[in-house]
Design a protein around this ligand. Structure first.
Ligand SMILES: Cc1ncc(C[n+]2csc(CCOP(=O)(O)OP(=O)(O)O)c2C)c(N)n1
Ligand SMILES: CC(=O)[C@@H](O)[C@H](O)COP(=O)(O)O
Ligand SMILES: [Mg+2]
Length: 650
């Protein structure tokens, strides 16, 4: 659904239009921009609180800086809806995150205003620094470079690596620290405490006010920015601030904290900062969800609430007549707590996704045994490894695509040392509307090539529970291996799921359906699509067998010998990149054991899969039940021609 923008906003097709307005008109632009975001997110879903929180910053940045010539990099990009709307995408904003529509994140291929593609956090300072250094090298001294990063994203090592570098080389970068004391869940860590202290400290703020007054007075006397800065550095700032300010100690000039919702004041400050050379950081205090009171009150819920009634604030939930299967996330959350209640060695780790992963269930019940470590995947992995060296049983839950960031730690700190860390990779497969940055497609390939790593994928809730249980047993440690357990976002298939625990033999798959001629081998949840396809095929007179392999590593060799010596055609099904994953593992087995049978590998092709509803994307990749059925039917050309035609007609 497309909503009409307010009278001022509807005339802004690009930042050039915004810059024609007077400063006095900017609050009205902010008001209309907020309303436009509320209108559209309420019917389409998407990220909500973050964009509302940076409305004034967005307007002020595009008002003051000469985008797209000046380069503006949004960290994560989930807060960039206002930016999109002001930069030529007002008319397409109603397609945000829909299949074929605009992306929910800045994307270079979408607009020249999107200076850098994002989705994963904490990349903005590095990217903006790269741009700043490139501009300097090309002698484009007029260009400004701005990174906007949240307090949550600032907790990542990458942000610190970039600041460490920025403070040591010539560049003009401006970092805007958008501090709302929140990540998705409340922000964590010592840095958060530091930012709060700096915001509330009387001594600090008195000094800061003196500095700003000095800056103001000197501007009035027409002193150059260079002079102002050197005066400041020779004065108060060089002594007290430099010693006491984290950013100053990294050679970043620190300004703030200031009210990030005062759009006119923001434009004044940004204009001043434009002329100040060298790397600098402006600390803005904002409220996540600003302007929509429910979102201000429950900021975690309204980070990405789904569709809602914008008047009442009621979040739309699907209603069903029958009991529905739980989400895999709920199963993980309740199961780890259940296991931890029986086994005092169990610990739980999440890098900044307590509510998304449901580790918050254990965090609430056992705060000394379950940790949110901040947006710090690398640390999460090595911290887990450290705990494991002490004999603890560690469940480290990381979204599959975010685990990409912790890969060296998995290799170097876990696998090489044979530490039995249990990695639960959430959001495996096609993530849906978040799109390519968030699809968890590479985990099967990148985990299965590692020595001392077991790779499992449950087909349903019960298998998830049983694999978690198996990995939590003391005797699992005898394998001297880590384990990856991957599962997708959302609901499984078993309404009754709290079954008693059963140990699963590592590397053991199971036959789901008998058959002849064709064997379909599946891994994980996508096996349910394969099962529907096989059942339908049987009802149409075909007879494929189905195996739920459960493990990609080690493979169930007994099953595979049976399969390759019994069936004439093998189809593998996975919701992961088809190169290097499950199907590839099966093909390697065949080669290694001297079999020669045709294998059709179904999975996600070697391409970028954009955003859309999960079922649309599964269809697009040909791994939904209908498409699997068509592939099965293709192997019965003469025998059951009519059935194949029927399938294709359906
Ligand atoms: C590497 C990585 N880990 C985790 C996430 C998930 N994530 C997206 S936004 C977010 C919180 C970001 O907090 P902050 O930077 O303060 O922005 P805010 O939402 O508060 O505006 C998290 C954890 C991510 N996008 N990338
Ligand atoms: C921007 C970001 O990375 C998160 O907000 C992500 O979109 C969360 O995804 P889930 O909704 O699947 O937890
Ligand atoms: Mg934040």
């Amino acid at each position: 659904m497309q909503f009409q923008a307010g009278p001022i906003l509807s005339k802004i097709q690009s930042p050039a239009d915004l810059r024609k307005l007077s400063p006095a008109e900017l609050p009205a632009v902010c008001h209309e921009l907020r309303q436009f975001i509320i209108d559209h997110v309420s019917v389409n879903g998407g990220h909500f609180g973050a964009s509302l929180g940076v409305t004034e910053l967005t307007v002020a940045l595009h008002y003051v800086f000469n985008t797209p010539d000046d380069q503006l990099v949004w960290d994560v990009g989930h807060q960039a809806y206002g930016h999109k709307i002001l930069t030529g995408r007002q008319d397409s904003f109603h397609t945000n995150r829909l299949l074929g529509g605009i992306s929910g994140f800045p994307k270079r291929s979408e607009s020249e205003y999107d200076a850098f593609g994002v989705g994963h956090s904490s990349t903005s300072i590095s990217a903006a620094l790269g741009m700043a250094v490139a501009s300097r090298y090309k002698k484009e001294f007029h260009k400004q470079h701005i990174a906007v990063i949240g307090d949550g994203s600032m907790t990542a090592g990458m942000a610190f690596e970039a600041m460490n570098h920025a403070g040591d080389i010539p560049n003009n970068m401006l970092i805007i620290l958008n501090d709302n004391c929140m990540a998705i869940d409340p922000n964590v860590g010592a840095l958060k405490e530091y930012l709060t202290d700096i915001t509330t400290s009387h001594t600090y703020n008195r000094v800061k006010d003196d500095v700003w007054n000095l800056l103001g007075k000197m501007s009035k006397f027409g002193k150059s920015a260079q002079e102002i800065v050197s005066k400041i550095e020779n004065g108060l700032k060089a002594t007290l601030l430099k010693q006491s300010n984290l950013f100053e100690s990294l050679n970043l000039r620190y300004f703030g904290p200031i009210d990030g919702h005062d759009v006119q004041y923001l434009t004044t400050v940004l204009n001043d900062l434009k002329d100040i050379p060298g790397p600098k950081i402006l600390h803005c205090i904002t409220t996540k969800g600003k302007g929509y009171s429910l979102a201000e009150k429950d900021q975690t819920l309204w980070h990405a609430p789904g569709k809602f009634d914008k008047i009442t604030g009621e979040i739309h939930k699907k209603t069903f007549d029958n009991p529905q299967p739980p989400k895999y996330q709920e199963v993980f959350g309740h199961t780890i707590l259940e296991l931890a209640e029986q086994n005092p060695k169990i610990m739980g780790i999440t890098p900044a996704m307590p509510s998304g992963s449901s580790l918050n269930i254990m965090m609430r019940a056992m705060p000394d045994r379950a940790f949110d470590v901040g947006i710090a995947e690398q640390h999460a992995v090595t911290f887990s490894a450290g705990l494991a060296t002490q004999g603890l049983t560690v469940f480290c839950n990381i979204y599959s695509s975010f685990m990409q960031r912790g890969y060296d730690q998995v290799v170097h700190d876990v696998c090489l040392q044979k530490l039995p860390v249990i990695f639960c990779l959430d959001r495996a497969g096609l993530a849906g509307a978040d799109g390519p940055t968030h699809h968890g497609l590479y985990d099967l390939a990148y985990m299965r090539c590692l020595p001392n790593m077991i790779v499992a994928a449950p087909k349903n809730e019960q298998e998830l529970r049983n694999i978690m249980y198996t990995a939590s047993l003391d005797k699992f440690k005898e394998h001297q291996k880590a384990i990856t357990i991957r599962y997708p976002r959302g609901a499984g298939v078993m309404p009754v799921w709290r079954t008693s625990f059963e140990e699963i033999k590592i590397g053991q798959g199971q036959k789901v359906l008998d058959g002849e001629e064709i064997a379909v081998l599946s891994i994980g949840h996508i096996g349910n699509e394969a099962e529907i396809a096989c059942q339908k095929a049987k009802s149409l007179g075909m007879n494929p067998a189905l195996y739920d392999m459960r493990f990609v590593k080690p493979l169930d060799e007994k099953i595979l010998h049976e399969v390759f010596s019994t069936y004439n055609q093998i189809i593998t099904v996975e919701d992961a990149c088809v190169q290097g994953g499950f199907g590839s593992a099966i093909a390697e087995f065949m080669l290694d054991h001297g079999y020669n049978k045709p294998i059709l590998r179904l999975g996600v092709p070697d391409d970028i899969i954009e955003h859309g509803e999960p079922h649309e994307l599964y269809q697009l990749c040909g791994i939904d039940s209908e498409n699997i059925l068509k592939k099965i039917a293709d192997f019965y050309p003469n025998k059951i021609k009519s059935a194949s035609q029927k399938v294709n007609q359906d």
